[in-house]
Design a binder for this molecule. Structure first.
Ligand code: NAP
Length: 479
């Protein structure tokens, strides 16, 4: 058996492991094993690739391996759970950059060798190779700068609000056209000087377009854009796989690309929006103007509650629902949330956890945190299932959630989040809201829920507030 056939057989095994691994990631119980299986597949793919006779220089590969491993180990140990979304955005971005560099390097090789020698050594078709190089650079560039912008928003280096300028959609449209036209010229022009110019036009357009496409997206639409960038990073890798004729890269890129598309569709459904409207609308902009125009003045007052009073309300409750949000992740309150849930159950209450699909800062964020705290999976209830039960809930405990429980989304037509499905916390008999102060949610808009007659504010860091309530339960038991 030739080395090439052996390598391709290993690639097939790796691809099968990726597919099984991905499937297992779909269920909480098997997710950890799924991750390990996919990682084994990746290890096999990397080892097989290193045996490829096309590899001519191991020095730089070793340098990359050592530096990459060191950064990976450092990040795995140092990056906090709350910073994972930013980390994911960075990883997407660097995936796009890596693909872009592969395309660029291959183009450099073609220029150095000339088509005749290149084709005699690497086979292929000049138009096909040029098209996939242009696609790799275009998609990789958009993914890189788009992800960097998303990273800056998630890390709060930039405001989460959309940034708009006059004619923005027209500019994006023109840039898309220029990028595609440049790709066609690059692929079809026989003149090396024209092809070179077209290549750098495509490169520049890609880098600018990533930035300008993500700029107008803000607030609640960020989950959609993050899953879309994740998908694009896969498609860029897939195109890079075609550039260097590497089957496992094509398969792995396709898997990331398609699973990212599926996630993007799920996120769009969760936000009750279409992808086109997400990419074009500038969600979250003009909040003040919209509210002012509709005359929608938020009335009511914030009514603080002490941990002792919260305990009194909870002690009498029989149906309790926890609604976690980003603030739970910030305060790392998931373990004390579980402890309080256990105390409530010991006290005879039935406890549920309402999960909004875009709560937190990354898809599945709340599920991951609650699973880490060993909250029983059966107690997690999806938004659509919990909403009809909300009027029967004695108490809804909102833990650092804001946008995902904002009633304006359901009834204020002038609100920029109008139409986004929410968990209807306000329908519970009593709502206890845990937050530190008057901070707005990610989309930067006011929340009427906190002012409603049945809402009470338990101010402070969520973890400390919950610990104070648990202490009350403990002193009751001790008495
Ligand atoms: P949110 O709207 O961001 O609100 C979080 C709230 O937590 C804030 O109002 C904050 O108020 C409070 N908080 C922060 N630290 C806290 C602490 N230590 N203790 C107690 N409270 C704390 O959160 P969300 O309701 O989960 O909504 C998620 C938002 O992020 C949505 O707009 C979603 O579209 C967006 N997003 C989601 C994803 C995703 O994939 N899930 C990705 C990107 C963006 P105080 O400052 O007053 O404490």
């Amino acid at each position: 058996m030739s080395r090439e056939i052996a390598i391709n057989l290993v690639y097939i095994v790796a691809a099968i492991l990726f597919i099984f691994g991905l499937k297992m990631l779909g269920r909480q119980a098997s997710a950890r094993r799924g991750n390990t299986i996919s990682a084994i597949g990746m290890l096999l793919a990397v080892v097989a690739t290193l045996l490829d006779h096309h590899v001519v220089n191991y020095t730089w590969i070793t340098v990359g391996l050592v530096v990459g491993t060191a950064i990976g180990v450092f990040c795995a140990r140092v990056v906090k759970m709350t910073s994972m979304p930013e980390m994911v955005a960075l990883l997407n971005g660097f995936g796009g950059l890596a693909s872009l560099l592969v395309g660029w390097a291959e183009y450099g090789k073609i220029r150095a060798y000339g088509w005749e020698r290149y084709l005699s050594e690497f086979a292929g078709n000049p138009v096909f190779t040029s098209v996939v190089i242009a696609l790799t650079v275009l998609i990789g560039g958009i993914t890189f700068t788009g992800s960097m912008y998303a990273f800056a928003k998630l890390a709060e280096w930039l405001s989460g609000k959309p940034r708009l300028f006059r004619g923005q959609q027209l500019v994006n449209f023109a840039l898309c056209g220029l990028g595609l036209a440049g790709s066609v010229v690059f692929a079809l022009s026989g003149d090396p000087a024209v092809a070179q110019l077209a290549f750098f036009v495509v490169l520049a357009v890609a880098l600018i377009l990533g930035w300008t496409l993500v700029m107008p997206i803000g607030g609640g639409d960020m989950p959609v854009v993050i899953s879309l960038l994740n998908s694009l990073s896969g498609l860029a890798a897939c195109a890079a796989g075609f550039v260097i004729a590497n089957n496992v890269l094509v398969v792995a890129g396709c898997l990331v690309g398609t699973s990212g598309v599926i996630l993007t569709v799920i996120m769009c459904k969760a936000m009750n929006r279409s992808l086109v409207s997400v990419l074009s609308s500038g969600f979250g902009s003009g909040v003040v103007a919209a509210s002012a125009a509709s005359g929608d003045v938020i009335q009511g007052e914030l009514k603080p509650l002490s941990p002792e009073d919260a305990f009194a309300v909870l002690e009498a409750a029989r149906q309790v629902v926890f609604i976690p949000g980003y603030g739970m992740a910030v305060s790392q309150a998931q373990h004390v949330v579980r402890e309080l849930a256990e105390k409530l159950e010991e006290n005879g209450a039935e406890v549920r956890f309402a999960i909004h699909p875009v709560a937190g800062r990354m898809p599945g964020h709340m599920n991951v945190l609650l699973a880490e705290a060993n909250v029983p999976y059966e107690q997690l209830v999806e938004m659509d299932a919990i909403n009809p039960m909300m009027p029967t809930m004695d108490v809804a405990i909102v833990i650092g959630a804001n946008d995902v429980v904002n009633p304006a989304a359901a009834r204020d037509k002038s609100s920029p989040i109008y139409g986004m499905p929410i968990i209807r916390a306000h329908e519970a008999r009593t709502v206890i809201c845990l937050k530190r102060g008057k901070g707005a949610g990610f989309s930067g808009i006011e929340n009427h829920l906190f002012l409603m007659p049945n809402s009470r504010m338990l101010y402070g860091d969520a973890k400390a507030s919950l610990q104070a309530v648990i202490a009350e339960f403990k002193s009751l038991n001790a008495a």
